[in-house]
Design a protein around this ligand. Structure first.
Ligand code: NAD
Ligand code: IPM
Ligand code: MN
Length: 370
């Protein structure tokens, strides 16, 4: 893998013109799927240099460190992108390390756009009837730094029958405007897989019940949309959108929504594309060091068994390469995963008989032969 394990924040020298990637596999199946993604990127001969970090539950249990001092600043300063696995371990019931590493990274590195593409590689993977790959090609753009994720609130009279718990939903003008603008820019500059242009941005909220936050999203959406007259706009309440995703997914194009609704609808969307093992994502701030991670979590019940699907992580690595300007390497990886899916050279969750490692190796070989 040509990488080193850094405990602290050592400086990493830039190797030629290679892009510097920080790899943080994390916990559970993150430690199994990320090495496969790294292997596939190496097979694509992408000009990258990997450096591994051991942030996660094992490290936290050993020395109580979640993010080392200056950790995020080091990532921003010394790396072009971050490839992340997943965080969550039953030995850390408070989940403090996951909050500080994952949510901390999103907020403190200001990675405000969580981009979650939804695509169907083969009809057999979709639980819906009569859906072809061309019918499922949309993207969820999730606000990634605000909403109910800010941990703002508190409890009052805890442990009594009168207990009160308050979880605030933070929506700033700046935060709402930049994610909506990101969605319009994404729509204007990204094509569908069949080469046709993206045409429509759908804003999803719950403004019929959550009037204050929803009102801000509604006003800003209309204002920003006026700057993009060629892009169609649409609005749906989140409950109606969930139904639409199941009933008529081909009507969807670019969806922009808040942090929590984006979390929920992206797992529903993952279900449409073959499950969490197939879903990729990027946590992006244009011009900043951005982070790429599969949508799935650490899946403790299947961890360590060599059964987790590595394709979500591999497709995530391809997304990272495309973001770094290595479009041909990214396309090669996408095409190899597509071939693996078609030939069922995959794990059992999507119909194959291979283990995590063997599926990763198959894709790596396929990439090398292209
Ligand atoms: P999960 O994504 O880990 O698992 C949900 C279901 O999907 C399980 O049935 C699991 O076996 C299956 N699954 C997930 N990834 C798979 C893969 N690659 N191949 C095959 N099957 C796969 O979500 P969860 O069970 O709600 O959470 C488990 C832990 O992960 C929790 O601690 C949670 O907080 C954490 N989590 C972390 C992240 C992250 O770090 N990005 C994301 C989601 C959940
Ligand atoms: C995700 C995860 C995280 C989130 C959890 C682990 C806090 O579900 O990346 O989708 O809710 O953002
Ligand atoms: Mn989630």
């Amino acid at each position: 893998m040509g990488s080193r394990m850094l405990h602290g924040c050592a400086n990493v020298a830039c190797v030629g013109a290679k892009k510097r990637i920080a790899v943080i596999p994390g916990d559970g199946i993150g430690k199994e799927v990320i090495p496969q993604a790294v292997k596939v990127v190496e097979a694509a001969a992408a000009a990258v240099d990997f450096t591994s970090f051991d942030w996660g539950a094992d490290r936290y249990l050993a020395d109580e460190v979640t993010v080392p001092p200056d950790g995020f600043a080091t990532l921003a300063r010394n790396f072009d992108a971050i490839l992340l696995g997943a965080f969550g371990d039953p030995r850390v019931p408070s989940n403090v390390h996951a909050r500080e590493i994952l949510l901390g990274m999103r907020v403190k590195m200001d990675l405000y756009a969580n981009v979650r593409p939804v695509r169907l590689m083969d009809s057999s993977l979709c639980p819906l009837k009569n859906i072809e790959p061309k019918d499922l090609d949309f993207v969820v753009i999730r606000e990634n730094t605000e909403g109910v994720y800010g941990d703002v609130g508190g409890v009052f009279k805890q442990g009594t029958p009168d207990e009160v718990a308050i979880q605030e939903d933070i929506n700033t003008r700046k935060g709402v405007e930049r994610i909506i603008r990101f969605a319009f820019d994404y729509c204007g500059s990204n094509k569908k897989l069949d080469g046709s242009p993206r045409r429509r941005v759908l804003m999803c909220d719950k403004s019929n019940a959550m009037t204050h936050a929803g009102g801000l999203w509604q006003r800003v959406f209309k204002e920003v949309a006026a700057e993009y007259p060629k892009i169609e706009t649409q609005h749906m309440y989140v409950d109606a959108l969930c139904m639409q995703m199941v009933r008529e997914p081909c009507s969807l194009d670019v969806i922009v929504t808040n942090n929590m609704f984006g979390d929920i609808v992206s797992d529903l969307a993952a279900g449409l594309q073959g499950g969490l093992g197939m879903a990729a994502s990027g946590n992006v701030h244009p011009g900043h060091t951005s982070m790429f991670e599969p949508v799935h979590g650490s899946a403790p019940p299947i961890a360590g068994k060599n059964v987790a699907n590595p394709f979500g992580a591999i497709l995530t690595a391809a997304m990272m390469l495309a973001h770094l300007g290595m479009a041909s390497e990214a396309q090669k990886i996408d095409a190899a995963v597509l071939e693996a899916v078609r030939q069922q050279k995959s794990t059992s969750d999507i119909g194959g008989t291979l283990g995590t490692r063997e599926a990763g190796e198959w894709v790596a070989r396929e990439v090398s032969s292209r």
